[in-house]
Design a protein. Structure first.
Length: 232
């Protein structure tokens, strides 16, 4: 749509903060009022609206998109979203190891094992690993502990957790970021361990690289979104 407004302001309202275009509070695509938990998040959304020129380009508004997702998609089906995320724990990237070559096995052990040790200590989730592609059944207690971490999130945090879990391919890595165990750059590198190893041997696939850059941009936006959600 064309840019039709002149003034973009942040407004305090019941339940949090909203963004007004020429005095009218914006709504989500689902027609709900876009009420955000922190002034910082609302200001970031406002800045995205201020940055639009002739046409509103939603591709340049990742924070607005995530806030809309939190209210339109996540808040309305919290149990389903939480269950989807928790299920990642049963097939977590870190639990599926190569059976060859030795160098890759060594890297996986060195880089991934500390995260599983953290999950065991901090989350009380002792996850099993397996070689190859055959599934491994995780202990019910471990899965329950992971589920407890997921359902403790509010809709905005759960939106971020969903993005991180899908982006990393690992609930453990996602929770490690959410709980401040390691910085994003280390977690991102850990999630790409297998791919990085293959590229060292066979060279770069530029189509894969383009998709990786898109995913990285999305996850970096999610990092900012989470920080804004937690900014009191």
């Amino acid at each position: 749509m064309r840019v039709f407004y002149k003034d973009v302001t942040v407004e305090a309202m019941d339940g949090g903060f909203g963004v007004a275009l020429d005095g009218r509070i914006i709504k989500t695509p689902g027609k709900d009022t876009l009420v955000m938990p922190t002034a910082a998040l609302a200001e970031a959304v406002a800045e995205e609206w201020r940055a639009q020129s002739d046409d509103v380009d939603t591709a340049t508004m990742p924070i607005t998109k995530l806030a809309n997702t939190a209210l339109d998609r996540v808040a309305k089906r919290m149990d389903d979203v939480a269950a989807e995320i928790a299920n990642f724990g049963g097939t977590d990237l870190l639990c599926y190891r190569a059976d060859e070559p030795e160098e890759l096995i060594k890297r996986q052990n060195e880089i991934w094992n500390p995260y599983l040790a953290w999950a065991k200590g901090a989350l009380h989730a002792d996850l099993k690993t397996t070689d190859g592609i055959m599934p491994v059944a995780q202990d019910e207690t471990a899965m329950n502990q992971l589920t407890a971490q997921v359902i403790a999130c509010d809709p905005f945090e759960l939106t971020a957790l969903h993005e991180f879990t899908n982006g990393f391919g690992s609930l453990v890595l996602a929770l490690a970021y959410m709980q401040g165990y390691k910085p994003f750059e280390e977690l991102w590198a850990a999630s790409l361990l297998d791919l990085t190893y293959q590229e060292e041997r066979w060279g770069l696939d530029y189509e894969v690289e383009d998709k990786r850059k898109e995913k990285l941009a999305d996850l970096e936006a999610t990092c900012r979104f989470l920080k804004l959600v937690r900014d009191n």
